[in-house]
Structures are given as structure tokens and as C-alpha cells.
Design a protein around this ligand. Sequence first.
Ligand SMILES: [Zn+2]
Length: 154
Amino acid sequence: MDLELGVWRWQCKETEKVFEALSWAGDFGGSYGEILMYAQNGDTFFWDTILDKVAFEQCQGIVDEVVLLNKSEKTRPNPFLKVCGICCDGASDGSILRVKPYCPYCEDGEIAQLELVTTKQVSIPEVTHHQWNSLTDEEKKNLVLSELRRKPLI
Ligand SMILES: [Zn+2]
């Protein structure tokens, strides 16, 4: 997918170190339903969740079910976006894709978007779901559950 994206400066809240990673160039993100997914090695992927919605909706359905079942935690925001990478094929480095760039210094720290450095034309791959599609309904549910627990979000 050819896109004009922004090179942004981000800061890790854990280590306070600053690094650069791609994001949308404008203030309002991509078009409706378009998201960027990130691998730990810095690779960036494109996901049009309107056109490519089957895995997205299946994963969302499982998270909704788990969150609703877990009524005592109802006040928490729905954690779906934090685990939606689990239904995408892993990156070449074996990492699970996520909706925010990985911090290159501590990997899992929370990061804040600081400022736009420049914009550039990039060609990035679209996410795929071969692994997810090969699973049974029960295996999908177990995979999402284990990811929610690993984070831990439930
Ligand atoms: Zn960090």
C-alpha cells in the first residue's frame, strides 16, 4: 500500500528516550477503518479493517464476549485494540503486531507521540491472517484469551 505517512518523534514513558517511527501525517489518522500496525523491528503494516474485516470482527467479538462476561471490570475501556494484532500474522522478527510502535529501548513501555518530523511517501505491506484463519473457533478464543492475560488486560 502506497501512503504518505508522517515520521514522528515518540518518547518512551519508561526510559524517557526519544525515537522516530511512522504514523499518519495528519491529525485525524487514516481514512475510517484504516489502521497502522507495528512490528518490534520497526516494520509498519497497513490494515483496512473495512475491506479486510473478517478476522478483525471475529477477534473483536471474542474480546467483547470476555469483557462483558467479566462484569466487575466493566468500567475499564474495551481492550480490543491492544490485542487485535493477535489475529494478524506475526512479523518477520516473530513479534506480535500492535497498534502503537514498539519502544526500541524497552520493547513494551508506554509511549507518547511528541511531534511530526517530516512526511514521506512509503510503500508498506498489508496485514495478513493466514495463521488466524487456520484456527478453529475454540483455538481463536483461546489465543485471544491468552493474549489478554499475557498483557495483562483481564
Ligand atoms: Zn521504552
